[in-house]
Design a protein around this ligand. Sequence first.
Ligand code: NDP
Length: 384
Amino acid sequence: MKTVTVLGATGSIGASTLDLVARNPDRFRLHAVTAGRDWERLAELARTHGARVAVIAEESHYERLAEALSGSGVEARAGAAALAQTAAEPVDLVVAAIVGAAGLAPTLAALEAGTTVALANKEALICAGELMTAAAARSGARILPIDSEHNAIFQVLEDVERIARIVLTASGGPFRTLSLNEMARVTPEQAVRHPNWSMGAKISVDSATLMNKGLELIEAHHLFGVAPDRLGVLVHPQSLVHGLVEYVDGSVLAQMGPADMRVPIAHALAWPERMPTPVDRLCLATAGRLDFEEPDRTRFPALALAEAALAAGGCRPCALSAANEVAVGAFLEGRIGFLDIAAVVEETLAALPPAPVSTLQEVAEVDAAARAAARSFVAHRARR
Ligand code: NDP
């Protein structure tokens, strides 16, 4: 029996995780569930899934959450400190599924406590990769990747010393074949309608700009300790091959599976064992063909920006990710256009001086400076 805490339980990854936990009551017991603002859904999930603790990050929602949970036996908590404290409470596995840099503090708290973390929250690793991997090394905590590409690599990883190249696949998103002129007119509704995966709004937009793949390269660098020049991307519209590792002898090992996040989540939940899932089985005869192509960095400049940030290191990945969060938020609110997202990130990176980041305080300062700069570039573009 594994005890599990789910950070970001009300989101898309949270829902898939709780679905798997509920199907396997003999394997898992839920300790805590958390959310950002959606206290109503959080209370419902905590009751339905028999959690002991429910934490809402937005402190002003405490009373409503506590009232909704009264008589249920679930303890209500609120605020950033309660979130980090709950993440550090002893369990077998913390599922880190908060979106954005907001997930950094609780995920780091879990790692510092020595708890195995099943990581979906890539932005946390991107803004503070060195700090997170160092914390895990100090406490002996493991990081198990949930992101489908990284979970794929983890499944076929034999010996990091013998890797020639790691290749992450990208579906290409909903606008893979559109021209720049056509992309200038796309709406948030079109951008969140991913052709293969059902995901939260932010990562769906990141997939449409290909920023998601760039963020994943940075994530792979930290997770597997592989140099940036040995990490690559291939567009694979069918999303059936999730990741490939080429070894020094020329062998290429790939992981395949249906485009359903419950497969990599189940792998991380059950690791080092495997457990059955209710997903549709992959049928290659039905799939018929597998296509691969190079990504187009002219139509999708966000990928090139992320690659440059990875190569530069220091504060660049954190600034890139923070600016991207602001720009994607503004696009989803209808304030800027789709092509403005990468433009705002580029302007933000150009405005900030490169600097090393070695403490959480420095990460917070870079994050705040990048958000402030990005907000001003958004405001400038929104006025046009
Ligand atoms: P969603 O937007 O669906 O869910 C995000 C979760 O984070 C919600 O529970 C939300 O709570 C919570 N949250 C938001 N803001 C805060 C905050 N400030 N403090 C605390 N909690 C907060 O996101 P996804 O599930 O799609 O993605 C989660 C993470 O997993 C992202 O980093 C994403 O990149 C990664 N990922 C997702 C995949 C997917 O298929 N969805 C695939 C691979 C990786 P509330 O509901 O209250 O807002």
